[in-house]
Design a protein around this ligand. Structure first.
Ligand SMILES: NC(=O)N[C@@H](CC(=O)O)C(=O)O
Ligand SMILES: [Zn+2]
Ligand SMILES: [Zn+2]
Length: 441
């Protein structure tokens, strides 16, 4: 059965241009046609009889969002999140593809765990789920994983996210091997000698609150080394969740020299500063820490210039019990899938840094390209992975309503604009809320 979406404003993703009013015909999970006016009566008889026609006038349709940095927590930490709840959360947030990080239990450093994640996602997942394998065994930075096995099992990238690979020799070798598979190595840049037992951004507020600080250099020194190793090896290095002005600077210069480095930033680092942790708000305790106004400005400038390629949530669910403790004892991490679009829109589009089409590029087309996924654009014969938005609709964030088991959002109570009304994955709705017809798969 086909679906005809009538009257929406379509952003195709490629080329990056403003939306135009078009109808979209979807059949067999693919985009079959898109033009100004598709008349169902002009389609073949059997085609039109089987057609569901949906009026989406007043709504905006964009390529399904792609999040290349998600923690699904399964296997091992199912009380924080599961593949079922995490992908449901993704669908509600407008994401049609996500890549999940390997800091599970067991660590996704072996083909069995990668196969398990893929199988579970096939059975219970609501969006395309692409596993990222660990770069070193147990993510301890000593012994490189069997990249060949993991790649064959379906890993789309390698990363020790949560930890930096401290040994430069190990990182160099890993980057060299990664070229055999033509996939990125994703680096969590943190020199632990500097971040030590730090809890928040190093600065005035940390001192006043009596919390130990994490200086910008803890990240930026790591970024500088990894960029140099990417330059040395010629391998694609992708830097996770950058948070400092210095990192933007280092990556800008590296890109100017032609180093094959790419980078992501989270919605929270684009809008929040360390002042959010006033009152010891553990919901804003995250790694890397929320920084200063100056860093936020530099990150926005970096994304505008293309120094930062994409937005990724680093969705990191933790249980309420784990977060409801003294600041020092709370785990780092916050959830982001269900607020990502409207927070990013507020940070970048409403403030005039990017156009909506450029935001879509950062949240869909670019991450899809980086991971070589078939999505990220709404063109003829592309997979029907798309997101339907009510751009001006306002809502108040209530983590209690999240599909994610993680309620650890720093945006609770915020009034945001830009609601996800439907998410379609391979031609089928993973989430659909049209007007009063509330239907969540
Ligand atoms: N970002 C975080 O604060 N936490 C992440 C780990 C990580 O992304 O480094 C987690 O797994 O909880
Ligand atoms: Zn990380
Ligand atoms: Zn992460």
């Amino acid at each position: 059965m086909g679906i005809l979406l009538k009257g929406g404003i379509i952003y195709t993703g490629e080329p990056v241009s403003d939306g135009t009013q078009m109808d979209i015909l979807i059949e067999d999970g693919m985009i079959k046609d898109q033009q100004r006016n598709i008349n169902p009566e002009e389609l073949g008889k059997s085609e039109s009889e089987q057609l569901e026609i949906i009026d989406v006038s007043g709504l905006t349709i964009v390529p399904g969002l792609v999040d290349m940095h998600v923690h699904l927590r399964e296997p091992g930490f199912e009380y924080k999140e599961t593949i079922a709840t995490g992908t449901k959360s993704a669908a509600r947030g407008g994401f049609t593809s996500i890549a999940c990080m390997p800091n599970t239990k067991p660590t996704a450093d072996n083909s069995g765990t990668i196969e398990f994640i893929k199988q579970r996602a096939k059975e219970q997942g609501l969006v395309h789920t692409y596993p990222i394998a660990a770069l070193t065994v147990d993510r301890v930075g000593k012994e490189i994983v069997e990249m060949d096995d993991l790649y064959s099992a379906g890993a789309v990238a390698f990363s020790d996210d949560g930890s930096w690979v401290h040994d430069s020799g190990v990182m160099r070798t890993a980057l060299e091997y990664s070229q055999l598979f033509n996939v990125p190595v994703i680096s969590h840049c943190e020199d632990e000698g500097l971040s030590d037992s730090g809890q928040v951004n190093e600065g005035y507020l940390a001192s006043v609150m009596g919390l130990s600080g994490i200086p910008n250099e803890s990240e930026s020194i790591a970024v500088a080394r990894d960029v140099m190793l990417s330059e040395l090896t010629g391998a694609h290095l992708h830097i996770a969740h950058i948070s400092t002005a210095q990192s933007v600077d280092i990556i800008r210069k590296a890109k100017d020299r032609g180093v094959p480095v790419t980078a992501e930033v989270t919605p929270h680092h684009l809008i929040l500063t360390d002042s959010t942790i006033q009152n010891y708000n553990t919901m804003a305790k995250v790694n890397p820490p929320l920084r200063t106004e100056e860093d936020v400005k530099a990150l926005r400038q970096g994304i505008k210039e293309g120094v930062i390629d994409c937005i990724a949530t680093d969705h990191a669910p933790h249980s309420t019990d784990e977060k409801n403790v003294e600041f020092d004892n709370a785990p780092f991490g916050l959830v982001g899938l269900e607020t990502a679009f409207s927070v990013s829109k507020k940070a970048l589009v409403d403030s005039g840094v990017l156009s909506l089409s450029e935001l879509i590029e950062k949240m869909s087309t670019n991450p899809a390209k980086l991971l070589k996924l078939p999505s990220g654009k709404l063109v003829h014969e592309a997979p029907a992975d798309l997101t339907i938005l009510s751009l001006d609709e306002k809502y108040t964030v209530n983590p209690g309503d999240f599909a994610s088991l993680g309620k650890n959002s720093p945006f609770a109570g915020w009034e945001l604009e830009g609601k996800i009304v439907a998410t379609m994955v391979s031609g089928e709705f993973s989430y659909r809320q049209f007007g009063s017809d509330d239907h969540v798969v």
